[in-house]
Design a protein around this ligand. Structure first.
Ligand SMILES: [Zn+2]
Length: 403
């Protein structure tokens, strides 16, 4: 567009009676080194410059509003930010180049043209606008950009933390599942223990029911719980912090109670004369009414006759105290032992007596030998079980198993 003009300025177009259009041709005259040059700015060029200004201003407005309108700027990715920054920097560079160009042109003008002045004003207004936009568009500022980058880092970190948290949640869920499995396994184990301990209690209780059968025939009853003191041993007080499953706590409580009961019942059963007083025998006479072998009439047999070999050992089936150890007419050599809880045992027709009155005997202690002393037709042990002074059927006691 620059064109050399030697001496003659070009003829200015004239507009008769009407106002000149904004983009009318402009001339700028340069004087340097004693030479004058004329720069003509055609309407087309002016339009281009104007459009460029508008583009920069418009883009700035757009980007400014784009980034500020949505409060979710923190969610923009670092790359997007860098791209925006690069684009903006490029645009600013373009603008600066353009601005410099125009500035050079304007500053070197020497024509006192009103249109040029207006144009300069407009250019200044645009320039100010650009500056305002640039200063208010905070993401252009380097510090702000750094902050944005930090923000991006924070966002990235947040995403990492979020994914870690998700992973942790997953792990926690797995752990809870495992804990649940362990809990179920514990529940299973405690249930088995509860069943085992309950069975043990039932077994002992069944012994008491068995020996109560002959007692009931005499209107008697042995209550194994008669002397039981209120025991705190069977109450399980859980530590809440360790076990918090009520089902497990309930089972443990039952197990504790069962174990406590088993221990108590075993102590009671241990004092009952349960089992065989001689190792090998056969029953020759049962308890109850029978024909008297000597008188031939009906009589009550107060015990059982256990036929065995002379000299076979007689054992006590519960600890106790010897209350009688003497010769008794009819019974021959006879021993009587007090086991406590109202129970006594009697041994008759003994060949030999090993114990003395007042002596304490242990479980399974040998007190003498099988014989045929007194009113006897052959070697046997006449065995009696007495409860509160009443001789009862000893067979359930003989046949009872301690477990
Ligand atoms: Zn007898």
């Amino acid at each position: 567009m620059k064109r050399k003009h030697s001496q003659t300025p070009i003829k200015k177009p004239t507009y008769h009676g009407e106002k000149a259009p904004f983009f009318s041709p402009k001339e700028i005259i340069f004087r340097s080194n004693g030479r004058a040059r004329v720069l003509r700015i055609s309407p087309k060029m002016q339009v281009i410059i104007f459009v460029l200004f508008m583009a920069v201003a418009g883009w700035s407005f757009y980007s400014y509003h784009f980034y500020t309108r949505s409060g979710s700027i923190i969610n923009r990715k670092d790359m997007e930010l860098d791209m925006a920054k690069d684009a903006y920097v490029n645009l600013i560079a373009d603008f600066m180049a353009l601005h410099e160009n125009v500035d050079n042109i304007l500053n070197q003008k020497h024509l006192d043209s009103q249109e040029v002045e207006d144009y300069k004003k407009k250019a200044t207004v645009f320039e100010d606008k650009i500056k305002n936009i640039a200063s208010s568009a905070d993401f252009v500022d380097e510090n702000t950009l750094d902050q944005k980058k930090d923000l991006s880092a924070v966002i990235l970190q947040r995403d990492v933390v979020a994914s870690e948290r998700d992973e942790l949640k997953k792990q926690m869920a797995q752990m809870e599942e495992k804990l649940q499995e362990i809990n179920n396994a514990q529940l299973d184990v405690f249930e088995k223990l509860r069943v085992i301990s309950s069975k043990e209690v039932d077994k002992l209780r069944s012994i008491f029911s068995e020996i109560n059968v002959p007692l009931k025939k005499h209107g008697l009853y042995f209550n194994p719980l008669a002397n039981k003191r209120d025991s705190k041993g069977g109450i399980y007080i859980p530590e809440k912090s360790v076990i918090n499953d009520k089902r497990i706590i309930d089972k443990i409580s039952q197990i504790y109670k069962n174990v406590d009961d088993v221990e108590y019942y075993r102590q009671i059963a241990a004092r009952l004369p349960l089992g065989k007083p001689v190792w090998s025998y056969w029953v020759t006479s049962h308890y109850g009414t029978r024909n008297d072998p000597f008188k031939g009439s009906k009589a009550t047999h107060k015990g059982v006759d256990l036929a065995s070999r002379t000299g076979n050992k007689i054992e006590v089936k519960a600890p106790g105290k010897v209350v009688r150890a003497e010769w008794v007419n009819g019974y021959g050599n006879m021993v009587m032992i007090d086991h406590g809880n109202g129970f006594e045992t009697k041994y008759a027709h003994m060949n030999k007596i090993y114990v003395k009155k007042g002596q304490t005997v242990k479980f399974n202690e040998v007190i003498g030998e099988v014989g045929s002393t007194g009113r006897s037709t052959g070697p046997h042990l006449h065995y009696e079980v007495v409860y509160h002074g009443v001789s009862v059927n000893p067979m359930p006691f003989i046949q009872a198993k301690r477990s």
